[in-house]
Design a protein around this ligand. Sequence first.
Ligand code: KDG
Ligand code: MG
Length: 395
Amino acid sequence: MKITQVTTILTSPNQNYLFVKIITDSGVYGVGDASLNGREQAVADLIDAYLTPLLIGRDPGQIEDFWQLAYRGTYWRGGNIMMSALCGIDMALWDILGKTSGKPLYALLGGKMRNSVLCYSHILGKTMEDKIARAADYVKQRQLKVIRLRAGIPAAAGTFGVKSPQNGPLVEPWNPEEEIYNSIEYFIRVREAVGRDVGIIYDLHERFSPDQAIRIMRSLELYNPFFIEDPIAPDCVDSLRYVREKTSVPIAFGELYKSRWECLPAITGHWVDYIRCDVIRVGGITEARKIASLAETYDIKTAWHGPNDVSPITHAVNWHLNVSEYNFGIQEDGTTDGLIHEVVSGGPVYENGSLFMEDRPGIGCDVDEAAAARYPFRKAYIPICRQGDGSLHTW
Ligand code: KDG
Ligand code: MG
C-alpha cells in the first residue's frame, strides 16, 4: 500500500481547526488533528510544503520511521509548529493502520485495560460569583465526579479562535497580586458549594511566579485539590522542583511541553503526580505512548490535555490512550456539542462522569470536507495578558 495524497483542511466551525487526511492507493484513508490554536495556517503550510512530498509514495505502515524522519531528518528538531504537523500525520497513519487491520486504535496500543474513562469538566461563567453559583447545579445535573476551575477572573470565554480580532491578540488585564486572593477565595467557595466528595482540579494556567503559586497552593492544602495544574510556566525547569519541594498538593504539569525530553526532569525528579501533555503538541500517538510509558516507570499518572480547541479526533485519541495505558489518571473532557460535530463525526461520548466510545476501526472519527468548507478558516490569535503597568504577562 502506498500514500497517494495528503490534504490539509483548515476550518472554523466556531473555533479554528486543522485536519490532515492521508489517502492511499487502496482507497483507505486516515484522518488526524494538527490544530494549534493561533498558528493553524503555519502548521498547514509546513505540511503542504515540506512533509507531503516526503509522504507521497511511502508505505503508510512505517509510522515510527516517518516520525523519526520528520523529527530528526530536518536537523532543526521540534517546536510547536513542527510537532503539531507531525501529529496530524502520525494520527492519520495510525488511523490507516487501524482501518486496514480492522481494529480500533486501542487494540493496536496493547488492548483495553478499562471500559470507561474518568473525566472532568470545566466550570464556565463570566464572573466568579456566576461560576460559584453554577458549580453545584452543574455537578448534580451532569453527575460529575471531578470538575476543573481555572484561575483568572474574568475567564477567557469569547476570546478564543474565530471570535478574537483578526489583526492581533485580544488583551486581558492581569494583576497577579490581586489574582492570588481571588484564586484562593474562588477555590474555597467552590469547595464549600460542591462539598467534599467532588474532586476539584485547579488550572493556574502557568500564570503565577513560583512564589505566588506556592502561596496559592499552600493556602489550598486543607481543601483537598484533586491536583493543581500548570502552576508556573514551563520555561525554567528548576522552578518546578522549587514549587514541588515547598507544597504538598498533587501537581499536574505539561500542556506546553513539546517532547518526551522536556518531560524528563519532571518525571524522573517526581516533581509531578500527573503528566498532562497535549498529544498534538508532542507529535502524536507515537510520542504520547512513549511519554506514558516513561511516566509509568516513575509511578506518575497521565491526564492528557483535552481542551475545546482540539477536535473530537484528538478527544478520541486521548480515549484510546486512556483505555490502553496502565497509568491512566484522569481525562480532561473538553468535548463540546457545537458545530464541530457537523465537520467531524465520532469521538467519545459523556455519561455520568466518564467517557465512552463505540468500537470502530482506527481512531473512529471522520472529517466531512464539504461541511468543513461551509466554515471557512479565519486567522485568529490567542489572547495575551498585560499587567497594570502595561507589561506583558503569560496568558
Ligand atoms: O489554546 C489554549 C488552551 O488549549 C488552554 O488554555 C486550555 O489550559 C487549558 C486546559 O487545561 O484545557
Ligand atoms: Mg490547562
